[in-house]
Design a protein around this ligand. Structure first.
Ligand SMILES: [Zn+2]
Length: 433
């Protein structure tokens, strides 16, 4: 199957300036060649499908570097695993139809849904899975909803969505178990959270020794650790341990920003929850976290993370686009593209778009031999890339907010297969594969 995209003004995943009027040749799910001159001489008879991109900007398929395909908040306490699996498959389809052709899953029961996507059983993005997220007892991932519950009573823990580890030996085992399941990176809960009940936001979680054990076990398999983390003290400890990706990093201060810069740590700001609680979700909704006056300062700062934004921009810290969607299908449907508005406002349109394409690929490369998709490049449009691309009305490198409106995405292709096509007449040749 050979496909040609004609008249492509395209964003290559890095450079602000578009490449113009190119021909993109796709074969066997990969971009084989990009023709910059003499496109009109190419014989169209050699192609099974031809799409005309005139009037659109072609961009790489989007990467969301922080999702939870199967983590529906407290759902595991309220749903049987078969319902969670069906919802995870639906979540994957929603994400793909929003233009996300690759996601990094930040923890949950992911193995089965990833396998079903890769085998073509259900449509969905490529998944870089963490599998179960690892938490200490009484940490952010300890999903017990009541102090009356013992660990073995928690469905979240029993299902493997969360793995509790205390001490270096348990950490090594927990990490290796996720690697056994094919984890492309390891997810730790390295500090308090907004939604978990018994760990104030400012708490430090995992000792240096425990985190180093996780980093070492991951490194032995060629990969890295990402950590849920908010406060400067937690970030400094995680940086010392060798954690490579900070999720949220919302309350960073200047000293922490310098450490992040010096060590080239990735930051995934996840603005999803800025000033706004997730809507939709299981019924009845989870009980809110009991108020803790020690956290008031952080809760106020989280509503408008001015300081983190200023530091990320001033120190030019490497960022990736991540939404932390999960919780409910309604939330994914409403929220995943909406964060492009926040990225535009905080980091600018070009940086924001790079963070969801070529920048994200730089982060995904850290998985090395644990990369589930080594056959092609991701997030960039060049020879050797997976044929994951979008036709967009307007140029999101100039105005990222264009992507908030899903109708501006006229065509979605993953692996050379078209999943959405609203081009007039289906594009030249009108072929839908
Ligand atoms: Zn998360």
């Amino acid at each position: 199957m050979r496909t040609l995209i004609r008249h492509a003004d395209f964003f290559d995943g890095k450079n602000k300036r578009l490449r113009e009027q190119a021909g993109i040749v796709i074969e066997d799910g990969l971009i084989r060649e990009i023709i910059y001159s003499g496109v009109s001489d190419v014989s169209l008879e050699n192609f099974d499908n031809i799409y005309d991109a005139q009037g659109y900007t072609v961009i790489p398929g989007l990467v969301d570097a922080h999702v939870h395909l199967s983590w529906h908040s407290t759902d595991l306490d309220r749903m049987r695993l078969d319902e969670v699996a069906v919802r995870a498959a639906k979540a994957a389809e929603i994400m793909l139809l929003k233009g996300f052709t690759t996601v990094r899953d930040a923890g949950g029961v992911t193995y089965g849904v990833k396998k079903c996507i890769d085998n073509g059983v259900v449509p969905g993005p490529r998944v870089f899975p963490s599998n179960g997220y690892i938490s200490q007892t009484c940490g952010h991932g300890d999903g017990r909803g009541s102090r009356a519950q013992s660990v073995d009573m928690s469905p979240r823990i029993r299902s493997g969505a969360c793995v509790i580890a205390d001490g270096a030996a348990e950490m090594l085992k927990a990490v290796r178990e996720q690697l056994f399941l094919g984890a492309s990176q390891i997810k730790l809960m390295a500090g308090g959270g907004f939604s978990s009940r018994y760990d104030p936001i400012r708490t430090l979680q995992f000792t240096l020794e425990e985190m180093r054990a996780a980093v070492d076990a991951a490194a032995d398999f060629g990969t890295y650790v990402m950590a849920h983390i908010y406060t400067p003290a937690a970030m400094r400890r995680a940086a010392r341990a060798g954690v490579r990706s900070f999720e949220h990093a919302t309350f960073m201060d200047e000293e922490t920003a310098r450490v992040i810069q010096a060590q080239g740590i990735w930051v995934c700001p996840c603005p999803q929850f800025d000033g706004e609680a997730p809507k939709g979700g299981p019924e009845p909704p989870p009980a809110p976290k009991p108020p803790n006056p020690f956290d008031d300062e952080y809760i106020a700062m989280s509503r408008d993370p001015v300081q983190a934004t200023e530091l990320i921009n001033r120190f030019n810290l490497p960022i990736v686009f991540g939404t932390d969607v999960g919780f409910s299908l309604e939330f994914i449907a409403a929220g995943q593209l909406r964060d492009f508005r926040a990225y535009k406002k905080r980091f600018g349109s070009h940086n924001g778009l790079v963070s969801a394409t070529g920048g994200a690929y730089e982060l995904l490369k850290l998985s090395t031999s644990q990369n589930p998709y080594p056959r092609g490049k991701i997030g960039v449009l060049e020879a050797g890339s997976f044929a994951d691309l979008l036709f967009v009305r307007g140029n999101p490198a100039e105005d990222l907010e264009i992507l908030v409106e899903r109708d501006n995405i006229a065509l979605i292709m993953k692996d050379g297969v078209v999943y959405k096509n609203t081009l007039p007449g289906g594009g030249e040749g009108g072929t839908l594969s």
